[in-house]
Write a protein that binds this ligand. Structure first.
Ligand SMILES: C[S@@+](CC[C@H](N)C(=O)[O-])C[C@H]1O[C@@H](n2cnc3c(N)ncnc32)[C@H](O)[C@@H]1O
Length: 329
């Protein structure tokens, strides 16, 4: 079935972040949380699993009954999730889009005492939300490494596919700009609202001169990369929605256009105990994979020596590859 199979899959667990104090100050425009630490609060949410299952069963039956009665979907899935907290409602309504991630990346904890605020603190603290913020930090760490590895070039160019708000990339560009290094990015997304918001963020961080945007599908990667000539291509938060053959086909296209020694970074969500809650209560279904499945997709897309790194909660695994230099024997 699959032509190349990753044998023993080794997944590194990222334990700490090397971000310096100086870098923290440059990212303070949107980030309210200590950016130098991963989040690892598991116990409370393991204990809350029975409550989550009660909510899942409630929402499942509500949806089933409405479907049976041919009624449209209810506006609220559960009073205890999207009913009382407007930001949680935005997550549900923007599920799978940059709008939901923007809420999760930038939720400010302990800012209010109302029931909605406390529900926000609880659900924005759930393991999936923690791990998506961990992924954000891990992505910055690994893209930063790739930029440093490319620093022999006068300008480092990043192509961000399915970029969403591109907050991580914009923060990195600001960080390198403050150090006098030229890093620029082409931000590609099929959703114009994501690109508009990315431009607003870029302006806030003072890096509008370093970004270009393109409203297109990721399948146009070959044409875009031929003109922009990126040394780094990242595609985060997209494999979670692509079936295996589509994912492999897309990664093959990326592999073809990436120059030798260029970097490709991607990631996927792993199976976890909250995935049914995401599907039923948050209306956010995804394709959950194992690290082996992900390594296989990337290697069947034509890349060798795939490095897998997970954030500490082990929900989001990043695949990082450097394309081989075919001219070196
Ligand atoms: C979950 S968000 C991820 C955003 C960002 N990469 C991040 O990790 O924060 C997925 C993004 O992919 C975009 N997207 C989905 N399918 C796409 C496609 N075929 N071509 C381009 N963009 C796509 C959506 O518009 C959305 O902004």
């Amino acid at each position: 079935m699959n032509s190349r199979t990753a044998t023993a899959t080794v997944v590194e667990i990222s334990r700490g972040l090397e971000i310096s104090r100086h870098d923290i100050s440059t990212v303070s425009v949107t980030k309210p949380l200590p950016v130098s630490m991963y989040e690892t609060r598991r116990w409370l949410y393991w204990l809350a699993l029975p409550v989550m299952w009660l909510l899942i069963l409630w929402v499942m039956s509500k949806k089933g009954i409405r479907k049976f009665l041919k009624l449209p979907e209810a506006k609220t899935n559960s009073l205890w999730f999207d009913g009382l907290c407007p930001e949680l409602r935005k997550v549900k309504e923007g599920a799978a889009s940059w709008k939901a991630l923007d809420q999760i990346y930038n939720w400010r904890f302990n800012q209010g005492y109302g029931l909605g605020d406390k529900l926000g603190d609880f659900w924005f603290g759930m393991i999936n939300a923690q791990s998506v913020r961990n992924r954000f930090k891990l992505v910055k760490e690994e893209v930063r490494r790739a930029i440093i590895a490319c620093n022999g070039h006068q300008e480092v160019r990043i192509l961000s596919l399915a970029c969403g708000s591109a907050q991580a990339i914009i923060e990195l560009i600001a960080e390198f700009k403050s150090k006098g290094s030229h890093v620029s990015a082409m931000l590609l997304d099929q959703d114009q609202t994501a690109l508009d918001y990315a431009q607003v963020l870029a302006q806030r961080y003072g890096v509008s001169d370093r970004i270009q945007v393109v409203n297109a599908t990721v399948f146009r990667v070959s044409g875009v990369a031929k003109t922009f000539k990126p040394q780094i291509i990242e595609m985060l938060g997209l494999l979670d929605y692509l079936p295996y053959p589509t994912a492999v086909k897309l990664i093959s296209k990326i592999q073809e256009v990436l120059p030798p020694k260029g970097f490709f970074l991607t990631c996927n969500i792993m199976h976890n105990s909250e995935q049914h809650f995401l599907k039923w209560v948050i209306n956010w279904p995804m394709i959950y994979r194992t690290p082996q499945d992900m390594a296989e997709i990337v290697s069947n897309g034509g890349f060798n020596n795939v490095r897998l790194v997970s954030e500490p909660l082990k929900l989001h695994v990043l695949a990082i590859v450097q394309k081989e230099d075919t001219h070196v024997l």
